[in-house]
Design a binder for this molecule. Structure first.
Ligand code: AMP
Ligand code: MG
Length: 477
């Protein structure tokens, strides 16, 4: 395997040379063997441990911390950057696509701003579980190759075992990366960054000159749109959709305060710091569009005629909402197994969502129950709430011309039977803290690989155990 560095061409202010700490006592805790093979790394556990603990250096030898700006909860921060991450190298995977390997929790960098550059075990385990589950749910995402315990302790609310995550991503180019170069008025670097991003995710763009910039922006908008529709489909709440946590290629990154929505509400928030609900479940499309607008502002640096450029970028933002609106309607149509669309279906959908909100119904299980009602088995596993009885009669009336088989085919593609439930993630994290292992993790992760398969699962995997309205997640932990 050949490794290379693709960000150093943007200059040492963008990709700052930075060595990860060496963790002599590190141990390999979790490994995603499938990913290891799929991307063609095929590292054995010794190589994995050596490269990821900083004891061995990859042949490219040029690890960096990337600089970026970012709007955090709407406020612009001119310089964020990787404060606890090291991008070790890039490589071409078995699928001929480029990938980055990045460590998170691997020590302080010049961007640490008083932070320790470290990561506690819990958030590392969370990223491992969530990113794998999201991948299997069909959501574009960065992935987690491995989690190592570092053998050092990390101080948060108290002392916790330290860990690091090795992340594999098609790229680490964020909206915030463009914002930084715009701030520096560095159009050469921005053009190079855009070319890297195009090579990574939008190779089909052939236009040149300014048209290339417009085409790039348009693709980014569409990729964000696809991503958000997927999040909505599975009930994912990212929790910290700052522009520095938004990859232009449309993959999910930064699993810090994320959660799966259990009780349905468009205003559902789990993150402790999102007191205004800026990143609530139903806000995510607006925020994605807002983040795209910040990218457009940055890309103006590459445009001669500002007025014309603004017009073109605005056009792409309108296209974002049009694509979103179509995709959104399609999403609910499919979730309800409607094989064609009638005008009055919107009312049926709205009525269901209102009932779910009022009665705080579980998002996944409500749709799993509708899906299971078209099967011969599993109705007992996903009992339909009584409060929906009248609505279900309307739904049955509306769909009576369809066969169960056809409806089922439509519904199982979008209604997961299994999601990574928040409290089970927390319970597993606690097991790792208390015992250093989690006997239940492997079985669950295996099941989470096929989340759209309706099978007999342990009840615990299907329900939230207690009052998840009070479930809270935390940033930067
Ligand atoms: P995040 O909310 O994880 O996207 O982080 C926002 C910024 O804070 C990024 O620049 C991170 O690199 C930085 N950061 C988060 N946690 C730490 C830490 N423990 N030490 C240093 N920097 C951190
Ligand atoms: Mg981040």
């Amino acid at each position: 395997m050949m490794f290379y560095s693709r960000y150093t061409q943007l200059g040492a202010e963008f990709a700052v040379p930075a060595k990860p700490d060496t963790f002599e006592q590190a141990k390999l805790l979790l490994m995603n063997s499938e990913l290891n093979n799929d991307v063609g790394l095929a590292w054995d556990s010794e190589e994995t441990l050596g490269y990821l603990s900083g004891q061995h250096v990859l042949s490219s030898g040029k690890s960096v911390a990337l600089a970026y700006s970012g709007h955090q909860f709407g406020h612009f921060n001119p310089l964020l950057g990787d404060g606890r991450a090291h991008l070790l190298a890039s490589f071409t995977g078995r699928d001929d696509k480029a990938y980055d390997i990045q460590l998170k929790g691997s020590g302080a960098t010049s961007f640490s701003r008083g932070g320790d550059g470290l990561c506690a075990l819990g958030p590392a385990v969370r990223e491992f579980i969530m990113s794998q589950a999201m991948k299997s749910l069909g959501v574009p995402t960065t992935q987690c190759l491995a989690v190592l315990t570092t053998g050092q302790s990390v101080y948060r609310q108290g002392h916790l075992p330290g860990a690091l995550v090795a992340r594999i991503a098609h790229s680490h180019i964020r909206v915030g990366s463009f914002q930084l170069l715009a701030l520096r008025q560095d159009s050469d670097a921005m053009r190079q960054l855009m070319e890297l991003a195009i090579a990574d995710a939008f190779e089909e763009i052939v236009a040149q000159g300014e048209e290339r910039v417009f085409a790039f922006f348009d693709r980014v908008c569409q990729a964000q749109c696809v991503l958000i529709l997927k999040w909505l489909q599975v009930g994912f709440i990212h929790g910290v959709m700052n522009t520095d946590n938004t990859l232009v290629n449309g993959e999910t990154i930064d699993y810090g305060p994320c959660a799966m929505m259990e009780r349905f509400s468009f205003s559902r928030v789990y993150s402790s710091i999102d007191s205004q609900g800026r990143y609530a479940f139903g806000q995510q499309p607006n925020i994605a569009s807002w983040n795209c607008a910040r990218l457009a502002e940055s890309l103006l640096l590459l445009c001669e005629n500002e007025e014309h450029a603004v017009e073109r970028f605005s056009h792409s933002l309108v296209a974002f909402s049009e694509t979103f609106n179509v995709g959104y309607r399609e999403l609910w149509r499919k979730k309800l197994g409607l094989l064609d669309w009638h005008e009055e279906d919107q009312g049926l959908i709205n009525e269901l969502l209102e009932l779910m909100t009022t009665h705080q119904l579980d998002y996944t299980n409500t749709f799993a129950a509708l899906t299971a009602s078209k099967m011969e088995t599993f109705q007992t596993q996903y009992p339909q709430s009584d409060v929906l009885a009248a609505w279900v009669r309307k739904w049955s009336q509306r769909t009576k011309q369809y066969t169960s088989e056809a409806m089922l085919e439509c519904m199982v593609a979008v209604n997961p039977a299994l999601i990574p439930r928040n409290e089970l993630v927390e319970e597993i994290i606690q097991e790792f803290y208390e015992k250093g292992e989690s006997p239940q993790l492997n079985g669950w992760l295996t099941a989470l690989k096929t989340p759209y398969e309706y099978q007999h699962y342990p009840l615990k995997w299907l329900t939230s155990q207690s009052n998840t309205a009070h479930y809270q997640t935390f940033c930067g932990t």
